[in-house]
Design a protein around this ligand. Structure first.
Ligand code: ADP
Ligand code: ADP
Length: 225
């Protein structure tokens, strides 16, 4: 089934920049799709449209099977920077999306523990962000995105700021996670290598204005470590 369907979408910002035009894409439940393209081709804009953080200027972004218009609880968003709150410990950082939905710290406890275990940080609940490596901070940010048990995980160049080795490890962890959770992932990257390693399908975008120019399908994701 189709989770999200873009039909002839365009997006022009108030400054006159057209980020997307004639953009078509279906995202299928359970797949790991990469959006691959150079900086500025509109990849982040696509994620923001999926998340409802922006509205299309023209065309439609639809959730064909959805029962309501509120998709917030179904989406986990991981940004390029881990964007953790420095004054809060790891567990409280992971609590944030649940907290915004009115879930108390006590009621969130099981979810927090579960999410941290998934990313291999079960022992770091009480640590503070400054005590962690870049890769660990990114894991916290992934755990935070998973705390709502999203059906759809949106990742915007999540590993761009990490060194090669941390990046390799996280790639394999992400594959394992997706295999376990069976959630749908949309992964934005400008790395050909990463997109081929991670995803079952690559949607290639070209810039000015951003649109899909090729699709590479039937890839088998890398080894599940
Ligand atoms: P990518 O994620 O592929 O680097 P973006 O979606 O961030 O691309 O941006 C696509 C284009 O839209 C770029 O030219 C960018 O400068 C422009 N853009 C993005 N967001 C805004 C905004 N809020 N206002 C004006 N222009 C924007
Ligand atoms: P080799 O080709 O000799 O195995 P590489 O440097 O390509 O050397 O890979 C070394 C190890 O890192 C291998 O176990 C490989 O599976 C793993 N690896 C390579 N690329 C990635 C990647 N993008 N993400 C995760 N692991 C990777």
């Amino acid at each position: 089934p189709t989770l999200v369907s873009f039909k002839d979408v365009s997006k022009t910002f108030s400054n006159g920049v057209t980020a997307l035009a004639g953009f078509d894409l279906d995202i299928f439940a359970g797949e790991f799709v990469s959006l691959l393209g150079p900086s500025g081709c509109g990849k982040s804009t696509v994620l923001r449209l999926i998340a409802g953080l922006a509205e299309p200027t023209d065309g439609s972004v639809a959730w064909p099977e959805a029962r309501s218009d509120d998709h917030r609880g179904e989406i986990g968003f991981v940004f390029q920077d881990a964007t953790l709150m420095p004054w809060a410990n790891v567990a409280d950082n992971v609590w944030l999306p649940l907290r915004l939905r009115g879930v108390s710290r006590r009621d969130a406890q099981d979810r927090i523990v579960e999410s941290l275990a998934l990313v291999g940080l079960g022992d770091f609940a009480k640590a503070y962000p400054r005590e962690l490596s870049g890769g660990m901070r990114m894991r916290v940010s992934i755990a935070r995105a998973l705390s709502l048990k999203p059906r759809l995980l949106l990742m915007d160049e999540p590993f761009a700021a990490l060194d090669e080795i941390a990046r390799f490890r996280l790639n394999d962890d992400l594959l394992r996670l997706q295999g376990e959770l069976r959630c749908t992932v949309v992964f934005v990257t400008h790395s050909v290598y990463e997109s081929a390693y991670l995803s079952s399908r690559i949607a290639v975008m070209s810039p000015r204005p951003g649109r899909i120019v090729a699709a590479i399908e039937g890839l088998s994701p890398g080894p599940r470590a």
